[in-house]
Write a protein that binds this ligand. Structure first.
Ligand code: SF4
Length: 425
């Protein structure tokens, strides 16, 4: 068997890394245990409003995308992809889907979490991509599990009131569906509590990723890639608030003490794509050796932010949680047009003081990559910020070439230097 490289190892050595490991371990153990004891299990796409499931006595949820990301970071992504490919699934399909299909087909074998417990309901959406609905449909066909698809209208401008109402109506349908299938009654107050927990956790997470505003940056985007996991799999739980509060406090404290991940930071870069899960350690250390830091990423604001910015939506206090949950369905990355994505990138360029952009053209995630050349052109022409485009796949290492990628990244650093010389002249 090929050597398994755990790309998260370095990131887990810190106090917050150890706490994160504990949260994730407890979460997956809890999921398996509750499922074995008879809980109603829902598999969700990551943007599905999981806070609603806390409104039921005994409903648990799992996010196959997050499990696939974890598998890739733990070095078993390719192995699981190959299992799906041997069963006829094309290499061109998103690697998250292939990892998940490979894991499910082998009964959780080789998975860092022993796979996921079989679902009673699948809930996907079309706000990141239509592939997700097709992917979940495989289990609908193979296992006969009901599949609920949330239809989120694509937006070219700020979300319309009619679209918001349309999404809220579907959330109500989803609640009724879970009530019917699980035989449990929905309690809105418990969902509100989960919503308050998610919202408070997001506030501290934002404080953490904003440590990138400092010069030198207090974090790398690779830290935030790893740390965002509970936001996807465990949001709604009170422990997650505590974790992100401590994480933000510890990071701010390190900044005060003059401790930085790239102390001689010369280049502040922004990453546009999903994390390269199989390269976290390698890419961050190779960049640090060049005094370069990818300090921020469009991906790390993919839950809870609003269109046209990477800012998180206002804190939830009270009122109908379904409305706020609908408001964040058109999140900052995929499901909207060029203008909004460009606005979000420009906002980030100014907010973080970005010297250069790394557009990671992702072989799996066409929806994320399709507009990148147009955005790159506008970043160059309207913001005058240099950029490069590299080829990656977020979870399939076979579609990434480190030397080619670094050839382009090093050329980007040179063009940043050239620009600085011109400004001085
Ligand atoms: S194609 Fe992109 S948006 Fe769709 S499931 Fe894969 S990573 Fe997610």
């Amino acid at each position: 068997m090929a050597e398994v490289k755990d790309e998260t190892r370095e990131f887990m050595k810190t106090e917050s890394g150890r706490r994160l490991t504990q949260i994730m371990t407890d979460d997956y153990l809890n999921l398996h245990q509750k499922a074995a004891e008879g809980a109603f299990v829902v598999w969700v796409a990551i943007i599905v409003p999981v806070e609603l499931f806390y409104g039921f006595d005994n409903v648990v949820f799992a996010a196959p995308e997050s499990h696939a990301a974890l598998s890739a970071a733990k070095g078993v992504g390719m192995l699981q992809c190959e299992k799906a490919e041997h069963n006829g699934y094309s290499m061109d399909i998103c690697s998250y889907a292939r990892i998940d299909i490979g894991t499910a087909m082998s009964g959780g074998k080789d998975s860092p979490t022993f796979g996921l417990p079989r679902p009673h309901l699948l809930v996907s959406d079309n706000n990141n991509c239509s592939l997700l609905a097709k992917w979940f449909d495989i289990y609908h066909r193979e296992w006969g599990v009901p599949h609920f698809i949330l239809d989120v209208p694509f937006c070219y401008e700020m979300q319309k009131e009619t679209d918001l109402k349309y999404i809220v109506a579907q959330f109500r349908d989803l609640i009724r569906t879970v009530e019917t299938l699980s035989g449990q009654k929905f309690n809105i107050d418990r969902a509100k509590e989960a919503m308050r927990n998610s919202s408070a956790a997001a506030k501290h997470y934002k404080r953490f990723i904003d440590c990138a505003v400092n010069r030198p940056s207090g974090i790398t985007a690779f830290d935030s890639f790893v740390q965002m996991a509970p936001l996807l799999t465990s949001r709604g739980r009170p422990e997650v608030i505590e974790h992100f509060k401590k994480l933000a406090d510890e990071t701010e404290e390190r900044i005060k003490n003059g401790q930085f991940p790239v102390p001689n930071e010369k280049y502040r870069l922004l990453w546009d794509s999903i994390a390269p899960w199989h390269q976290l350690r390698k890419m961050s250390s190779r960049l640090a050796a060049l005094d370069a830091n990818i300090i921020a990423a469009s991906y790390t604001s993919c839950v809870g932010s609003i269109e046209g910015s990477y800012e998180f939506v206002q804190e939830y206090m009270d009122g109908d949680p379904l409305v706020l949950l609908a408001r964040i369905q058109n999140f900052s990355v995929c499901p909207y047009g060029l203008e909004l994505r460009f606005n979000a990138m420009s906002w980030a360029a100014h907010h973080y003081g970005i010297d250069g952009f790394v557009f990671a053209s992702n072989r799996s995630c066409k929806v994320y990559s399709v507009m990148q050349m147009d955005i790159q052109k506008r970043i160059t022409e309207e913001l005058g910020i240099p950029s490069t485009m590299i080829d990656v796949d977020h979870a399939d290492v076979r579609k990434y070439n480190e030397e080619n990628a670094f050839l382009r990244i090093e050329a980007l650093l040179e063009s940043i230097d050239t620009g600085r010389i011109h400004v001085k002249i």
